[in-house]
Design a protein. Structure first.
Length: 107
């Protein structure tokens, strides 16, 4: 019998559970967050890994990308959820709104 594949949510939870409490972190992508996984909210990091797994099959790479996004904007994935849930918001205006918030120093 074939084994059922894990969902992105389950992979994200497992990845953050195993690596989220690390106080040191070796970056694989140059630049980005210089913080350890333990410095981020576990809930935000888990949501971020789940979202980023849409773009890669590597959970640790997804976690690093999520950390980079959360380092720039602590509510990045909450904002993304709101924007994606509103079909009347165009991609251009979403990007412009996010850029404006960052320029004002809002996280």
């Amino acid at each position: 019998m074939a084994k059922k594949a894990k969902s992105r949510a389950a992979i994200a939870r497992d990845t953050v559970r195993r690596h989220g409490s690390k106080t040191s972190w070796r970056q694989r992508i140059p630049g980005g967050a210089r913080r350890a996984p333990s410095e981020f909210s576990k809930a935000s990091l888990t949501r971020g890994v789940e979202v980023e797994l849409e773009h890669t099959n590597d959970p640790l790479l997804a976690m690093e990308i999520a950390m980079d996004h959360l380092d720039e904007q602590t509510d990045y994935y909450e904002m993304l959820r709101e924007v994606e849930g509103n079909p009347q918001v165009s991609a251009t205006s979403r990007t412009a709104a996010a850029a404006a918030r960052l320029a004002r120093g809002e996280n």
